[in-house]
Design a protein. Structure first.
Length: 305
């Protein structure tokens, strides 16, 4: 009888040890699944946040470029500024008289740039502000790829964006870059929307009067029109396919600081409304995940009890 009791006791211990081992293994599996789930969740959040963080970083860089541009202008004397303006007018006039030929947008003539050349973005001609889209971008002289990664560029053969009759500036920019928005939201502009160009010590206002989608080689809409003062914003379309070109043209209107401030305030208001909606959705998702985990744990405890 004593032996039987001992054997029974040993069997019970073995069963308990096996059960505890199984429990430990199952707990490890659950823990591994949880870790994997959290890693996937964190990775997803990082991927989701990257475009926003990168865009903020590039906006900061573009803000520094704008500040440096203003500082350079402030250091020049009135005589120097007057001479620069006269030079721009003479240049634009010669483009109209000679019927300068435009180059195809986003076509690189020479792609074999040295690292030193890529570090030189070139002169900032102007600063572009589109209040509705909440973007402020430096306008570089040229459309080289490394320039268009940092801002927008003046299409070769088009007028310098200083305004005046018989001028047509074409400003090109990329869409869909993972690092910066640039002209990603350009299709959101509509007729009567306004954008602004700060060049030297002047601010020029333009109102959108034409929006067209054309073939890449079609440049007739980009030519100078006698007696007109146009600026066309150009980018690729449709998004990610880039088979055509979107042309958003504006004509010169009188600059009104109050109107510009109102547009900026309204755009910021809409932006923060969107941010609030996304934040609420994120918090609701987080709350749902936490509640689901809590209810599962409580169910397991009740089942064990």
């Amino acid at each position: 009888m004593k032996v039987d009791r001992k054997e029974k006791g040993n069997l019970i211990k073995k069963r308990r040890s096996k059960g505890s081992n199984k429990t430990k293994k199952s707990r490890k599996r659950v823990a591994k699944k949880k870790v994997a789930l959290y890693l996937v969740y964190c990775l997803g959040m990082l991927l989701f946040a990257y475009p926003f963080a990168s865009n903020c970083y590039y906006k900061r860089l573009q803000g520094q470029v704008s500040k440096e541009y203003d500082q350079q202008i402030a250091r020049k004397s009135p005589q120097e500024l007057s001479a620069i303006k006269q030079g721009i007018r003479a240049h634009n006039s010669s483009l109209y008289d000679q019927e300068a030929q435009l180059t195809g947008p986003f076509i690189e003539v020479n792609q074999n740039y040295t690292k030193k050349e890529q570090g030189l973005l070139g002169d900032v001609l102007a600063l572009l502000d589109i209040p509705k889209l909440r973007i402020k971008l430096p306008v570089y002289q040229g459309t080289r790829e490394f320039q268009l990664q940092q801002g927008v560029g003046l299409l070769e053969g088009s007028s310098v964006p200083f305004g005046g009759e018989n001028s047509h500036s074409v400003i090109t920019g990329h869409r869909g870059l993972p690092s910066a928005k640039l002209f990603t939201d350009l299709p959101n502009l509509a007729i009567k929307d306004q954008f602004y160009l700060k060049i030297i010590d002047e601010i020029h206002a333009y109102e959108v009067d034409q929006i067209k989608v054309v073939e890449p080689e079609e440049i007739s809409e980009l030519k100078i029109v006698a007696g007109q003062d146009y600026v066309t914003l150009l980018t690729c379309t449709p998004y990610m396919l880039n088979t055509h070109r979107l042309l958003v043209r504006g004509h010169r209107i009188p600059y009104e600081a109050e109107s510009r401030a109102t547009q900026t305030t309204l755009a910021n208001h809409h932006y923060w409304q969107e941010v609030t909606v996304y934040a609420v959705i994120f918090l609701l998702m987080l709350w749902w995940i936490m509640m689901r985990n809590y209810l599962k744990k409580r169910e397991v405890k009740n089942h064990v009890a």
